[in-house]
Design a protein around this ligand. Sequence first.
Ligand code: AQP
Length: 329
Amino acid sequence: MKKVILSGSTATGDLTIGNYIGAIGNWKNLQTEYDCFYMVADLHALTVKQDPKVLRERRLSFFAQYIALGLDPEKNTLFMQSDVHQHAELSWVLTCLTPMGFLNRMTQFKDKSAQHAKNINAGLYTYPILMAADILLYRADLVPVGEDQKQHLELCRDIVGFFDHNYGEGILKLPEPYIGKQGARIMSLQDPTRKMSKSDENPKSFVSILDPLKKIQKKIKGAVTDSGSEIIFNPEVNPGISNLITIYSSFSGKAISQIEKEYAGKMYGHLKVDLADLVCATLDPVQKKYNELMNDQSALVQFMSAGALAASERAQKTLNDVYCAVGIR
Ligand code: AQP
């Protein structure tokens, strides 16, 4: 029996090379060794204001990008979160077990409410519970987590503790965090001290998977770099060039030390030109595959319903156990 992995990306903004390097690229490497469930987290997207037409298109677009970036729908269960109604149902049960004090501690809620000061809705506050439901429904063994999600995984552990205490152990299964071997955090091209974020208001700060190649060239060449000139990896001192080295290393598979050696004595501009070409060469076939999928959406729709069915089947087992345990079955 293969171990089960669950992960996903929220359907907000445009998928970026940060999402690829920090998440989707790693998911791809797990698809033969593990039983993988990867979702487009469209319910999570509702925590911030969305234009319904844009969100509808984005869900499909993200799903197509997952496949174009190398997630094989035959090897993985790829699905849309909202197609599996069990997420919202389990989330409600867990919401009724989670003390508000635990949610008050979530630093991401504080950050996001500052960011969306005009729309501090209850979903923004309780979304870590939906995230716990996402994970627990599949009885996952492992969840790949970025640094900024660690606190949410801890909350998930607490929630399982409350559930076990009230209803008995073994019904919910707590997964282990999976820290990918790369684990690289890609920073904004305009402010390398901040994470590259797919909803950043400044499009120059990220390279999206679907950016036209000319635009990618421009964005990388226009990346903010440091006052020095040596191509040396040191995020504390040279965050700008270090970020570009990290991206170069992730896309080329070369070690950072090797890149430093190859660029010894060269200027920042040399690395930028080569990196822009490398990113374009990598994303060009991805964009072609994406266009193929979007031009004939019948295959996409089939993959989506097959994924929803498989995910739903597994999720329903957990939900049945939970409903029985709490006394509503
Ligand atoms: N810059 C990044 N570097 C490395 N990993 C990243 N991830 C996102 N940005 C980077 C990883 O991608 C996965 C999916 O994340 P998400 O889209 O659900 O949420 P996020 O981390 O909140 O991404 P953004 O880009 O910051 O989204 P917005 O701006 O819409 O809130 C996660 O595993 C994440 O670590």
